[in-house]
Design a protein around this ligand. Sequence first.
Ligand code: NCD
Length: 308
Amino acid sequence: MATFAGRSIISMRDFTREEMLYVLEMTRMMDEEPGKYSNLLGSKIMATLFFEPSTRTRLSFESAMTRLGGRVIGFADPSASSTKKGESLADSIKIVESYADLIVMRHPVGGSARLASEIAHIPVLNGGDGANQHPSQTFLDLYTILKDKGRLEGLTVGFMGDLRYGRTVHSLAHALTQFGCKLYFVSPKGLEMPSDLLEELTDMGAAYQEHADYEEVKGNLDILYVTRIQRERFGTELDYDKIREGYNISKQFLEGCNPDLKILHPLPRVDELSEEVDETSHALYFTQAANGIPTRMALIGLVMGVVS
Ligand code: NCD
């Protein structure tokens, strides 16, 4: 297995199953004994460049770096950076790499994280690039599933929501395919999984079913992964309002589901997932969000070469 030291984390396409399990094992160690790692990165600086809004991803990366003993610089709003003055992404990266030891970046354009990693001489961690990929979210999703179910192999996972623009879905579906999971894709019309990604999953030998009817599959699901409609990637308000209708997970909606079903959601939620579901045994999304800390500690520690 290639070393993680100095490596960028851009896409789940870059990881073998063995490498994913290695990251998850490191995450488990960080989760179980966080105090053991608190002085690892004393002299190191992480830059967070967020060209798109974020709560969980940015704050949990910053918290993870702080918990490893490192320090954080960066911006959460591009209008407060030189991007506002017309600076290119390439120039911003060239500058920031001389101020920091690693970069975490979120950007509205798919492929921008890969571009940044090709320019930078320090690791770049993709915090979400357009509708493309969100690998650190996928690692925390995998860790959450593994911790709850005790395995990743052969699970039955339903994806519901904006499968067209949801980068968390694209990343996770790719990773779960490597573990031989059976995938069901349920989406409002017009928000189906991108056909090129489906072709890729087919080439990997994926077992998936598109346009699945939730009522037919709900008794069999181990995991239901819900996403909000990615309004910011829509053309007009009208489209958004048309599509959001009739799309809500409530207690009633869950009647007849597998009693061990767990619901994941990358958050934020809007109105696709009712708060009344929070009190059921199915809700795992707040635990999922909390798992962002050990997962991102593991990723940072690995790429900085201070744990292996
Ligand atoms: C997701 C994202 O940014 O892609 N949020 C997150 O990182 N937890 C999902 C979303 O915004 O809907």
